[in-house]
Design a protein around this ligand. Structure first.
Ligand code: NCD
Length: 313
């Protein structure tokens, strides 16, 4: 399978991760997303593909971009969107994940979008409900819609993914964005490198088919796309970097380090950004070099495509 044959449908019930998806499935979702990018550029009106359908956003972890863009995407398609946040639900009262899943299932939603702080929790929940489930990030494991929106952003600027050299930089160890991106970019034929301090690069990374670099100068040579990651302090137990100042000096992206990459290299960051920690603040706002706000725009289109593909007619 090489992705040239077009699929008419996304062939899976859930979207739990990028790992294991074939090029055809990825291209199907990306093609549909591109249609929605065009739609959103021209229209402020809503579609009615998901009229009378109910989608639940179930977020056990904080989120700004992901939760809002799923909500907006569902509304653009005419769905009823319900937000359940942990602070106000019975989860705070000690209800288990399985009980929560069974309760929501009894309300017969058409799709559930879940973010959870444990790797594997979203898959577990998907096994207990009748409808499709989208993983909006499970611990350090996967964040498939982020990888799709990153791919869509790259496609919009570079027209292709195959053959590009992409560097993912920073806290690889704790990043679900890194994992999903590595799977997607490898599947669609890019060359993927990871760059970071040894303490933030997991030992088993070689098995994912990436080249590992411990300094930005060597790692960014000839690079087309730079994906910067946040230091995920909430997932760290103990100290992984000597100090924020040291970290920025060696791994923070500034003009000097950007010059190691190709002259037209594009910068991505999934947000939320820590300005002055992983990226220089002036560079983050340079719209010629940084596609960070494009990513947010692409996020709505990608989530529209995923909702449309997974909600049953
Ligand atoms: C990412 C996440 O939650 O994994 N953010 C996002 O979805 N926009 C990355 C991060 O939190 O650093």
């Amino acid at each position: 399978m090489n992705g040239i044959d077009k699929l008419k449908n996304y062939p899976h019930k859930h979207l739990l991760g990028i790992e294991g998806l074939l090029p055809n499935s990825l291209n199907f979702l990306l093609d549909l997303s591109q249609k929605y990018v065009k739609f959103l550029e021209k229209n402020s009106k809503k579609l009615d593909y998901l009229k009378n359908k109910t989608c639940i956003n179930l977020f056990f972890e904080n989120s700004t971009r992901t939760r809002t863009s799923f909500e907006l995407a569902g509304k653009k398609l005419g769905a009823d969107m319900l937000n359940i946040s942990v602070g106000t639900s019975s989860i705070k009262k000690g209800e288990t994940l399985i009980d929560t899943a069974m309760t929501l299932n009894a309300m017969q939603p058409d799709l559930i979008v879940v973010r959870h702080n444990d790797a594997g929790a979203v898959k577990l929940l998907s096994e207990k409900v009748n409808c499709g489930v989208i993983n909006a990030g499970d611990g350090p494991h996967e964040h498939p819609t982020q990888a799709l929106l990153d791919a869509l952003t790259i496609l919009s600027r570079k027209k292709t993914i195959a053959g590009l050299k992409v560097a993912i930089c920073g806290d690889i160890m704790h990043s679900r964005v890194a994992r999903s991106n590595i799977h997607l970019l490898n599947t669609l034929g890019a060359e993927v490198r990871v760059i970071g301090p040894a303490t933030l690069i997991p030992k088993e990374i070689d098995s994912l088919g990436v080249k590992v670099f411990y300094n930005m100068k060597d790692g960014l040579k000839d690079i087309d796309i730079i994906i910067m990651l946040r230091l995920q302090l909430e997932r760290m137990s103990g100290s992984f970097v000597p100090s924020i100042r040291e970290y920025f000096r060696f791994y923070g992206l500034d003009r000097e380090k950007l010059n190691y990459a190709k002259p037209d290299a594009l910068i991505l960051h999934p947000g939320p950004m820590n300005r002055g920690v992983e990226i220089d603040t002036e560079l983050a706002d340079d719209l010629d070099r940084s596609a960070i706000f494009d990513q947010v725009r692409m996020g709505v289109a990608v989530r529209m495509a995923c909702l449309k593909a997974l909600v049953k007619k």
